[in-house]
Write a protein that binds this ligand. Structure first.
Ligand SMILES: CC(C)(COP(=O)(O)OP(=O)(O)OC[C@H]1O[C@@H](n2cnc3c(N)ncnc32)[C@H](O)[C@@H]1OP(=O)(O)O)[C@@H](O)C(=O)NCCC(=O)NCCS
Length: 134
């Protein structure tokens, strides 16, 4: 999409991020703006997609910049889904360094999204659930 601008130097307001998550939809604690703000304050990677001054896509991640990276959140507004914005957000993360191995947890509705973008499925993942869930 040609009229979309990508930025890595801005952290939108928690309310704007929450509205995008709710619309996408991406299940996150969207009613707890303070928590969304903390999630973003501590994240080392934030890639945003803008159409004019409207936030239409966002990726939040963590990385040490040298070896490991984790994509925590990826959301694109439904009005502009399937236009390549998600692909671009993920591509910009991979540009940070080829030395980083990125991992993520796919949501159920995007379980098959990553494979044809070149991501490999992992079979040896483990997690400890958070409480309470959202
Ligand atoms: C999943 C999501 C981020 C994809 O972003 P997007 O900008 O719509 O996707 P893109 O336009 O970059 O899609 C690239 C390709 O993936 C395909 N694709 C899009 N959404 C898909 C999905 N949910 N499952 C499988 N394939 C999908 C597209 O058809 C396109 O295929 P093509 O390259 O053959 O044309 C977006 O749909 C979204 O925000 N969904 C709701 C929130 C969510 O599930 N986030 C992911 C959490 S892990």
């Amino acid at each position: 999409m040609t009229d979309v601008t990508y930025r890595t130097d801005v952290r939108p307001d928690a309310a704007v991020i929450s509205a995008l998550y709710a619309a996408a939809p991406l299940i996150r604690p969207v009613h707890d703006l303070q928590r969304i703000g903390r999630m973003y304050a501590a994240s080392s990677v934030v890639v945003t997609a803008w159409r004019g001054d409207e936030l239409v896509g966002i990726l939040r991640g963590l990385t040490d910049g040298a070896f490991d990276g984790y994509v925590c959140d990826l959301a694109v507004h439904p009005a502009v889904q399937n236009l390549g914005i998600g692909r671009q957000l993920l591509a910009r993360v991979r540009e940070i360094s080829p030395q980083i191995q990125w991992i993520l947890r796919a949501s159920k509705i995007a379980a098959n999204y990553y494979e044809h973008l070149g991501w490999q499925k992992i079979e040896n993942g483990w997690f400890v659930p958070r409480e309470p869930w959202v």
